[in-house]
Design a protein around this ligand. Structure first.
Ligand code: ZN
Length: 183
């Protein structure tokens, strides 16, 4: 290859690298999304969100899609994970409780929220006993404990054993699965 051609190729490679770095930086500096939009709840679905005598609600995927945004549906119903740091509640410090975005059951409380440094809202325990259900998933190739709302089975996140005292637990939760209720 001619030296001039090699120089040109090197210049193109360098330009591509600079472009990649600058676009990555631009993405990282995007502000976290503002308050998540809430869709209106049609009366026939509102009726189905009243828990039965076993504290359960069951909607079809189409019904969930009517009342959840695409991101909320992806997290709650398809076990999705949102971006760290670029989510509504990771740095949210107001006093109140956090309810399930799907069915409204109160799951966590600001008194048990802490900064885990992960970029996701983190709690060292659920708000009360029985509101969080657990299962084991192998989505990343190893066993993790998945956590979900016990009323509607909406996926919330995972629980790990590297949290602060007194429980030593870290409930790593998706903001899109929560709705904050100020006290
Ligand atoms: Zn729920």
């Amino acid at each position: 290859m001619k030296p001039a051609l090699i120089t040109l190729l090197l210049a193109i490679t360098a330009a591509a690298m600079v472009y990649r770095v600058s676009t990555a930086t631009a993405e990282d500096q995007r502000p976290p999304p503002a308050s998540q939009p809430s869709k209106p709840i049609p009366p026939e679905i509102a009726k189905k969100l009243i828990p039965d005598d076993r504290n359960r609600v069951a909607l079809t995927d189409d019904e969930w899609k009517t009342i959840l945004t695409e991101q909320q549906f992806y997290v709650l119903r398809k076990h999705g994970t949102e971006y760290s740091f670029r989510n509504e509640y990771h740095d949210h410090k107001a006093d109140g409780s956090y309810a399930c975005r799907g069915c409204g059951q109160e799951l966590f409380d600001s008194k048990e929220k802490y900064d885990s440094g992960t970029g996701w809202p983190s709690f060292w325990k659920p708000r009360s006993e029985g509101v969080i259900g657990e299962s084991v998933d192998h989505d990343l190739g190893y066993a993790r404990t998945e956590v979900h709302c016990s009323r509607c089975d909406g996926h919330q996140g995972h629980v790990f054993k590297d949290g602060p005292p007194p429980t030593g637990l870290r409930y790593c939760i998706n903001s899109a699965a929560l709705k904050f209720i100020p006290r």
